[in-house]
Ligand binder design. Structure first.
Ligand SMILES: Nc1ncnc2c1ncn2[C@@H]1O[C@H](COP(=O)(O)OP(=O)(O)OP(=O)(O)O)[C@@H](O)[C@H]1O
Length: 248
């Protein structure tokens, strides 16, 4: 049974790509409003885990319950869950032939059935929140990578999600643009009370905003703890090895 205050519950989740088992017996309860950072070596299954939460990937074993709905092949339920769960990818996935404003209003108008005026008003609010209120009429190709990622964050927020998933949102950015995106995410974490799961190796971000850091290796959750305990007193040899590699 999911814990009563869980917004996401994963129980003994397993997934394979062909013969290769990418997730092994994942048990994870996420409380409403919790901020979680997931880290681990390349190929450990971090992206796959969060992609299972909005059914971009299908698990083959165990149970996943999001906002009280168990993930199955029921398309209406998948649609509902995707409305509740926003996702920001490493590559921004904006429509290049649409302006920033059009990228932001498309989902609210077509999926949430907002009027153009409503959708544009909300979009402008979120553009201000991600600190680019003056870029609405530009095309994505006219923006820097950091600005494009902030548009992608605003686009997700316009859909009024209850949960935000971030899949290495800064790893495709030039170093000088990482901070501007992290600052927006920190603001979101601190001001919105939104449930957030973030795959990232930005450990400063993890220390500042995460309630919990999860370390994955070879498809398993090896260790999880508060950021201070996780970074200062890692319990497992695999965690220590990983931290020694990324922190030096
Ligand atoms: N669609 C797919 N088909 C086959 N194998 C896949 C697929 N997607 C991922 N994999 C493999 O599954 C493993 C886990 O991938 P995943 O992207 O979840 O790991 P990750 O921890 O997020 O890694 P990274 O930090 O490199 O993104 C990798 O070995 C990857 O090659």
């Amino acid at each position: 049974m999911p814990a009563p205050d869980s917004i996401i519950s994963m129980q003994q989740v397993g997934k394979w790509y062909g013969q290769f088992q990418v997730l092994r017996g994942i048990d994870l309860e996420v409380a409403r409003g919790e901020r979680i950072v997931i880290c681990g070596p390349s190929g450990s299954g971090k992206s796959t885990l969060i992609r299972c939460i909005n059914r971009l990937e299908e698990h083959q074993q165990g149970r996943i319950v999001v906002e009280g709905i168990e993930l199955t092949n029921d398309l209406r339920q998948i649609e509902r869950i995707r409305r509740d769960v926003g996702m920001v990818f490493q590559h921004f996935n904006l429509f290049p032939h649409l302006t920033v404003l059009e990228n932001l209003t498309l989902g609210p108008m077509w999926v949430l059935k907002q009027t153009r005026a409503q959708a544009e008003a909300t979009a402008m609010q979120y553009l201000a929140r991600v600190r680019i209120p003056d870029q609405a009429s530009k095309y994505p190709g006219q923006l820097s990578g950091g600005q494009q990622q902030r548009v992608a964050i605003a686009r997700s927020l316009c859909m009024q999600p209850k949960i935000m998933l971030f899949d290495e949102p800064t790893s495709a950015l030039d170093p000088e643009m990482v901070k501007e995106v992290l600052d927006v995410m920190i603001g979101l974490a601190e001001e919105s009370g939104m449930t957030m799961l973030c795959v990232t190796h930005e450990m400063g971000f993890a220390r500042q905003v995460a309630d919990r850091v999860i370390f994955m290796d070879r498809g398993e959750i090896v260790e999880q703890n508060t950021p201070d305990a996780f970074f200062d007193h890692p319990q497992h040899e695999r965690t220590r090895l990983f931290l020694s590699q990324i922190l030096h």
